[in-house]
Design a protein around this ligand. Sequence first.
Ligand code: N7H
Length: 484
Amino acid sequence: MTTLELNDIQGYLIRGYAHMMYSRFVYLQITDAEATKNWLAKSWKTMTTAEHIPKKDQISSTHLNIAFTYSGLEKLGLKTDNLGSFSREFRQGMVSPHRTRLLGDLGNSAPENWRWGGPFNKPIHLCLMVFGNDKEGDDDIEKDKIVCINYYELLKAHFAGNGLEEILFIDGQTQPENKEHFGFRDGISQPIIEGSGRVGPKDDVIKAGEFIFGYKNDFGVYPDTPLIRAEQGNLNLLPPDAEGSGLKDIGRNGSLMVMRQLEQNVKTFWSFMNEKTKNEDHSINVAESLKLAAKVIGRWQSGAPITLFPDKDPGVISDINDFGYAKFDKDGLKCPFGSHLRRTNPRDSVDDHGRKESLKLSNQHRIIRRARLYGEIFEGSPVNNVPNGEVGLLFCCFNADISRQFEFLQYTWANLPKTKELYNDPDPIIGVKEKTTAGEEQNFTVQDLPVSRTISDLPQVITVKGGDYFFFPSITVLRFLSTI
Ligand code: N7H
C-alpha cells in the first residue's frame, strides 16, 4: 500500500479546498532572481501542505500554494542540464506551434489573442494560489472574499519589492452547489489517489504516480521525474531518485499543473440547445432544451448522470459517480458517445474493448481537475443565458505526464472529430469547432432508435484566453530552489 508524504506535498494537488470559496491566482514575473530566492527562503514554510487540517476553533483560514513555469525555473537560475531533465511538453510550453495545433488553439482561441501566457504577453514565471475561508459565514462567498483578499494584500507587501512583479491576477470562485456558468454541477468525478486517505469506488482508485512524482504509476513504474544532473544548491535537502540512479530527485512529491483560462459563451450554448429543440411555434421547449444539454454534457444540471437517469433530472443535487457504460449504456442510447463526460472518461467502455481492458485504458488518461469559476457567478439555463460580463472557467488540472494525460484528453478524445461511430463530431464543449478541410459543419450525434439523430452546426462555446504549463514542486524542493 502506498503511503503519501502528505506533509511534503502542496495541498491543492490532493485537496480541492472546496470550503474556500474565494481564491486569487496571481501571475508573477521574476525581475531579480537573488531577491526572489531570498523571498522563497522565507516563504516556503508558509505553503499549505496536503496534511494541513484547519483547527476547529479557527474562525478564518487561508491557504497558499505556488507553481513555476519553465521560464520561471530558468530565470530563478536552475542550470540548463537540470532544466533539460523536465519533460518536453513542460519545456516547450503550451504555445509552441505543435502544441497549438494539438490543443486546437485556433481562431479566437489562438495564443496571439491571449491575455496571458501567449507570445505577445509578458512571460509568466510563477503563480501564487491564494485561498480564503471565513468559517463564520459558511457558504458565503463575500466573507471568504474578504479573507482571501486581505491575505493577498499581506503577501503582496512581501513579494512586491522582492524581485517579483505582478503581471495579472484572476479571481476564482466556487458555488455552494458547485454549479458552473452553463448551470451544471461540476467537480464530481475525480480519481481517488491511492494512499491519499480518500475512499470511493475501487475503479476510481488510481496509482499515485499518475499524478505525483516519486511514486509508482499505473504501468508499475516511476513517472519520468526531473533529476539534478548538474550540481547546484544545497543537494543535501533533496531525496534520491527512487529508481536508484544515484541522482537527486527534484520532482518527488511534486506534479505538473495545466492552467487554461476558458471563456464560456453561455448565450451561444443555450441558444443552440433552444434552437435545436424549439416548439413548432418557435417558442422555447425548456424540458427538451435541458435534455439536449444533458446529452451534450453527460449529466443533468443537478449532476445526476444521464446513464442512470435517462428521462429526466431527478432534481436533487447528485454526486453519483459509481457507474460505467458497458452494462447500462453500451450503445450510447442514454449517454451519447460524443458527450463531454463520455469522451473525457469513457470508463469501462472504450471502443470494442472489454470492460476490464477499457477501465485500464481509461485510467491511464485521468487528470485531477481543480477548476474555479471566474467572472460574476451565473447559473445558466434555457431561459436565463445572458451573464453580466465575461464569465468562464479557470481550468486547472494535475498530472505527471502532460502528454499522456491532459494533452491526450484534449487532442485525441476531445478534438478529433472522427472516432468510432462519429464522423464530424468534436467534443461539444471543449473540442475544436473549425470546419473540416472539406468545409463540412460539425455535429453532435445523439444515438437513438431506430436511427441516430444528427444535431448540426455545433457552435464554439469555449474561447481560450490564456494558459501555461507549471511545475508544482514539493515543499522540500521549494526550499532547495531558494538555495540554487
Ligand atoms: Fe469538463 N461543464 O460544465 O460543461 N466537465 N468541462 N473538462 N470534464 C465535466 O463529472 C466543463 C474541460 C473533464 O470522469 C462535467 O465532475 C466545462 C477540459 C473530465 O466522467 C462538467 C469546461 C477538460 C471530466 C464539465 C470543461 C475536461 C469532466 C461533469 C470548460 C480536459 C470527468 C461533472 C469551460 C481536457 C469525466 C463531473 C468523468 C467533467 C464541464 C473543460 C475534462 C459539467 C464548462 C479542458 C475528465
